[in-house]
Design a protein around this ligand. Structure first.
Ligand SMILES: Nc1nc2c(c(=O)[nH]1)N[C@H]1C(S)=C(S)[C@@H](COP(=O)(O)OP(=O)(O)OC[C@H]3O[C@@H](n4cnc5c(=O)[nH]c(N)nc54)[C@H](O)[C@@H]3O)O[C@H]1N2
Ligand SMILES: Nc1nc2c(c(=O)[nH]1)N[C@H]1C(S)=C(S)[C@@H](COP(=O)(O)OP(=O)(O)OC[C@H]3O[C@@H](n4cnc5c(=O)[nH]c(N)nc54)[C@H](O)[C@@H]3O)O[C@H]1N2
Ligand SMILES: [Mo]
Length: 740
């Protein structure tokens, strides 16, 4: 079987709307690089189609497959429309409708009782980026839990290691403007980023850059559709990128290809870095990465000789035990060549540091009690629910996230969610796997039903989306939920009555967006001018230097790029950079590797966004089944053929996945694009039953890809039963006749 063919979507908006169709503006709220400008087509007040806004300079009128079918999500039979109270056992999904007043009374009385008996820290809020809207992501909710004295949540599940790495190295998360890449960058390393699935608007940018003479190299252990955009594709062993980058640095420094003037002016610790680098000749890097020394030499020279280069790296490669150091190693490369001097060049992982939102005003940390409540790392949810004491977690409040499906070490998470003495509230758009374990489920609005402000961690545009349809059922935005709960708890601080518009103004005050909108104003007046502008025009672009790191101004302790970091050394890590093998890998755990000889990586699926969209017929049809992409050698060694169900297991659990045999990876590395809903998967578990809740070297990040498993054939009779079970679970959503 050939590699999966995921192509950028055709512009749906090219089709003319039928007469009687109203067209409104909105913004995609999902946790994704692209933050697309949308056109929403309405007929008789109902959303009939969602497409890209052709006028947006970056997202250019096309959207990914996922959002191209958004009306399916808005009107999904899985939508939660009313407050619900559990009547069956946890996890079974039997609920009765209650009123909002009943729900608020019930929650307030339970929270009060728990706080009285165990203290505020027994309450754990759990949220991530279900919506990237500035208000929906974190505003009134933060105020509410701060006032309650709840445990703080360290939101580490996605990008923590990379964020920490950029902060240690540059002080802030910034990179070039993606619009400057074509014509700006002549060498582009797409490093651990699946462009055609997770960052679809990067694809035309890469194509244009290539047309204008750029060379594109893709570095990824998974030979996905993105590798086809490349002139050269390299497949390192998972979790070894730091070694590859160190090998490149060795070539650059020993061949004198560095920009010494940039290094002398803008960095500290070069001599110490050089010492580290000299221990990494390409031969050593080759042994670790599995990439031939000659190829490393060639890559090092290519990179060292072309000053106008860009490393466009994704978050996949930092979901490893050594993920922080891997990003740090990549981030050091453009500091050595001075690539930061040129527009469209340097390193682009995140532009989040460009916005300067007023988070203090939004989240109000001043409401926190003294001493500050404890902080719980969200990657350790299973542990927190089953082992943590003093106090134990007695109430879990979930919104913007689906931990039963997305969190690592799923069996532990579910063991926690099953606790009879745990009071669980879930605020959701859909009846997710997590919601089924809740005592109370509350209905949430989508971006088409509420007001919010959006921005991107990739491009530099800010957009305001006003509601285009009324809330479905009795759904409320996150802000309104926590306004209501604050009232039910008797919180009287005036900040609990701020309207959404007021919250937006507070977030804008002092922000880069406000400065771009009204450079001659300041403070509140500037924020008001920005909001006014955003109401009149669809977006505004930050007025930021195209070369943020060309000429100093680093927010590090030394004010320079820290090639040696005292802070890192104080944290017990090498102050320069190091290769830290995945804690589960041939290098990291040889003993375990003998029992579980397959490295399993579980990156983003093309038609899903984490578990979002994974309940919808069109999207499920795109993915077909919970998959295991297996190299022919590994398949053959286990007697597995394409289409077979396989049992995939380690000490944490087991899942059943359908084997797809192909040249997607080197032998010993398997891929399972994620994430299926548990209840739509055989035996009710997805790949996170296998993933580890260990933490990365920096930032306490997740290590979804540092993962050893074994794969086994399933006896014929059991395979038939699995197939029947899968068809039964998905029969309302997947057409199994077509697949047969
Ligand atoms: N279609 C789709 N789009 C998405 C998402 C989704 O689930 N589906 N999720 C969204 C979210 S929340 C995020 S954070 C972004 C994530 O977007 P990306 O940063 O692209 O993240 P992933 O797809 O998880 O991983 C990217 C690539 O890293 C590779 N990778 C894994 N381990 C290694 C390694 O050790 N070294 C190297 N070099 N590469 C490695 C994977 O094989 C994968 O191809 O995408 C967003 N967009
Ligand atoms: N094995 C494996 N696991 C992974 C990953 C991986 O690559 N491999 N990727 C990880 C990554 S990068 C991330 S970011 C996490 C993401 O983990 P999650 O943040 O849990 O992401 P989703 O699965 O998209 O679930 C988001 C939920 O928020 C809900 N939601 C959306 N908007 C709103 C709103 O306005 N209000 C409320 N109350 N709810 C809303 C949606 O309906 C959806 O159910 O998953 C991680 N899990
Ligand atoms: Mo993410």
């Amino acid at each position: 079987m050939a590699a999966p063919a995921h192509r950028p979507q055709r512009p749906a908006s090219a089709r003319a709307p039928e007469p009687g169709t109203e067209v409104r503006f909105s913004v995609c709220p999902h946790d994704c690089w692209d933050t697309c400008a949308l056109r929403v087509f309405l007929r008789d007040g109902r959303v009939v189609r969602v497409a890209g806004d052709p006028e947006h300079p970056v997202t250019r009128g096309f959207v990914c497959f996922k959002v191209n079918h958004y009306e399916e999500r808005i009107y999904s039979p899985d939508r939660v429309l009313y407050p619900l109270k559990r009547v069956g056992p946890k996890g079974e999904g039997r609920f009765v409708r209650i009123t909002w007043d009943e729900a608020l009374d019930l929650i307030a009385s339970r929270l009060k009782a728990i706080v009285r008996q165990y203290g505020g820290e027994a309450v754990l809020p759990y949220s991530y980026a279900g919506t990237m809207g500035l208000l929906g992501y974190g505003s009134m909710d933060r105020r509410f839990f701060h006032k309650l004295g709840a445990s703080l949540l360290d939101r580490t599940i996605c990008s923590a290691a990379g964020t920490a790495a950029l902060r240690y190295t540059y002080g802030e998360r910034m990179g070039p403007d993606p619009e400057d890449i074509p014509g700006g960058a002549r060498l582009i390393l797409v490093w651990g980023l699946n462009v055609v699935s997770s960052n679809v608007h990067q694809a035309p940018i890469l194509q244009e850059a290539r047309r204008r003479g750029a060379t594109v190299v893709v570095i990824d252990p998974y030979n996905n559709g993105t590798a086809r955009l490349a002139d050269w594709y390299l497949a390192p062993r998972p979790g070894t990128d730091a070694a590859l980058a160190l090998g490149m640095m060795h070539v650059i420094l020993t061949e004198g290809l560095q920009d010494q003037e940039y290094i002398d002016r803008h960095t500290v610790g070069f001599d110490r870095l050089r010492e580290t680098v000299l221990t990494w000749p390409p031969e050593r890097a080759a042994e670790v990465t599995g990439i031939p020394a000659e190829a490393i030499r060639r890559l090092g020279r290519m990179y060292g000789e072309e000053r106008r280069s860009l490393i466009r790296c994704g978050y996949g490669m930092q979901r490893h035990s050594g993920g922080g150091m891997a990003i740090r190693a990549l981030a050091i490369l453009p500091a050595l060549t001075g690539a930061w001097r040129y527009p469209g060049c340097g390193l682009l992982l995140s532009n989040s540091g460009s916005y300067r939102w007023n988070y203090e005003a939004l989240e109000r940390p001043d409401l926190l009690p003294e001493p500050r409540p404890r902080t719980i790392n969200m990657n350790r949810l299973g542990w927190a629910l089953t082992e943590l004491r003093d106090p134990p977690v007695m109430a879990l409040f979930v919104y913007n996230s689906n931990p039963a499906g997305v969190a690592p070490n799923q069996n532990r998470v579910i063991q926690g969610l099953l606790r009879e003495d745990l009071f669980t509230v879930v605020h959701e758009q859909l009846m997710t796997d997590t919601a089924r374990y809740a005592d109370v489920v509350l209905p949430a609005t989508t971006m088409l039903e509420h007001l919010d402000l959006y921005w991107s961690y990739w491009h530099l545009y800010v957009m305001l989306a006003e509601p285009v349809i009324p809330p479905l059922g009795e759904a409320v935005p996150n802000t309104e939920l926590f306004r209501r709960l604050a009232a039910a708890m008797g919180f009287t601080d005036p900040c609990f009555q701020d309207s959404d518009e007021e919250l937006i103004l507070q977030a804008l005050e002092g922000s880069a967006a406000a400065a771009a909108a009204a450079p001659h104003l300041s403070g509140r007046a500037q924020a008001e001018a920005a909001l006014d502008l955003l109401r009149r025009q669809k977006w505004l672009k930050l007025d930021r230097s195209p070369t943020p790191f060309a000429d100093g101004g680093f927010a590090t302790p030394s004010g320079k790029i820290e090639l040696y970091s005292e802070a890192l050394a104080r944290a017990g890590l090498p102050g320069t950079v190091a290769y830290i093998p995945p804690h589960e890998s041939p290098d990291g755990a040889p003993e375990l590797y003998r029992r579980y000889p397959i490295q399993l990586i579980t990156p983003a699926a093309h038609h899903f966004l984490n578990t979002t969209f994974a309940n919808l017929p069109s999207h499920m049809a795109g993915e077909q089944c919970p998959p295991l992409y297996l190299n022919p050698a590994d398949a053959e060694a286990r007697g597995l053929r394409d289409g077979d169900w396989a049992r995939v297991y380690n000490d944490r659990g087991e899942v059943y996945l359908k084997v797809r045999v192909g040249e997607w990876s080197r032998p010993g590395v398997a891929i399972s694009p994620s994430l299926w809903w548990n209840r739509l998967s055989p035996r009710g578990r997805n790949v996170n039953a296998l993933t580890s809740d260990a933490l990365s070297d920096l930032g306490g990040g997740a290590v979804f890809h540092s993962n050893l498993v074994e794969v086994a054939r399933v006896p014929e009779a059991e395979a038939e039963a699995l197939e029947r079970e899968f068809q039964e679970r998905t029969r309302d959503r997947l057409d199994h006749r077509e697949q047969a």
